[in-house]
Design a protein around this ligand. Structure first.
Ligand code: CP
Ligand code: NVA
Length: 307
């Protein structure tokens, strides 16, 4: 048996809390430069069909520091789904590697990769979701707030892959999550309905940033045009007029919320420099925690795959 991490909701609530504790433990070990090599003599193939800074560097560095070797396969290398089928790539890479991490366009391709791989597969972002990012985000919030009770997370911007993984988390950890987006840029309605029907969390969709942000613990945003949509950037700037996270909007919260962004940010577009560089901005803590959260996920998958 092997286990994959393709959606945050692939883990139960208990497993998410367990993974957060493990992430804190492994982070502490790293900070003290203690040697810990659960992936000694092992390798991980990292498939990137899209560009990346954080995902590439945090996985490669993190896996090395867990004793393993990570192999970067960039957009022009293996041609997944083009030069060779996803299923064949999965079977071939499983013969050489102990873990596969992939950043792909189509979500169905990561499902297929996991289906045909005989080793754990970790989702490093698809057009649909970005589970490792949200594990890092919730770890960061847990560290900053000291608990995950009474969370009001307000996301402002495109109802994209980041939002979908927040919704996956909301299936497992209770929260009030508000997605504030222009008409026509909503997250997947089926997923929103599923989370609301599940009843653990409350999900709201709003088109009014100044009203929605009231009482938030966290204000979160992401680029208005994701990878694969960059040719729409100019038209999106017009459609997203009024949805920029700036100091006025941060003040309208009436609280002193943390500011979060998965990065890369388009400073001056979805968020101002002033907010990015404010004392409540925790964007670089989030980026750092990518490594620790992912390491914990991989250690957990390794442990569960051996059972
Ligand atoms: N946040 C994130 O995944 O960044 P990269 O696209 O640089 O990996
Ligand atoms: N929504 C962004 C996230 C980047 C980490 C994108 O898909 O480009």
């Amino acid at each position: 048996m092997k286990r994959d991490f393709l959606h945050v909701s692939d883990f139960t609530s208990e497993e998410i809390y367990e993974t957060l504790e493990l992430a804190k433990w492994v982070k502490d070990k790293f900070k003290r430069r203690e040697k810990y090599f659960p992936f000694d003599n092992q390798s991980m193939a990292m498939i990137f069909a899209k560009p990346s800074a954080r995902t590439r560097v945090s996985f490669e560095t993190g896996f090395y520091r867990l004793g393993g070797h990570a192999l970067y396969l960039g957009p022009n290398d293996i041609g997944i789904g083009k030069r060779e089928s996803v299923a064949d790539i999965a079977r071939v890479l499983s013969r050489y590697n102990d873990v596969i991490m992939a950043r792909l366009f189509e979500h169905k391709h990561i499902l297929e990769l996991a289906k045909y791989a005989s080793v754990p597969v970790v989702n490093g972002l698809t057009d649909y979701n970005h589970p490792c990012q949200i594990m890092a985000d919730i770890l960061t919030i847990y560290e900053k707030l000291g608990s995950l009770n009474d969370l009001k997370i307000v996301y402002i911007g495109d109802g994209n892959n980041i939002v979908h993984s927040w919704l996956e988390l909301a299936l497992r950890i209770p929260m009030h999550f508000v997605c504030v987006c222009p008409e026509g840029f909503l997250p997947n309605q089926k997923l929103v309905d599923m989370v609301n029907e599940d009843g653990k969390s409350k999900i709201e969709i709003s088109h009014d940033p100044y009203e929605a942000v009231k009482g938030a613990n966290v204000i979160y945003t992401d680029v208005w045009a994701s990878m694969g949509q960059k040719e729409e950037a100019e038209i999106r700037k017009k459609k997203f007029d009024g949805f920029q996270v700036n100091s006025n909007l941060m003040s309208a919260t009436g609280t002193k919320p943390y500011f979060m962004h998965c990065l890369p940010a388009e400073r001056g577009v979805e968020v101002t420099d002033e907010v990015c560089d404010s004392e409540n901005s925790i964007i670089f803590d989030q980026a750092e925690n990518r490594m620790h959260a992912q390491n914990a996920v991989m250690i957990k998958l390794q442990k569960d795959s051996k059972k």
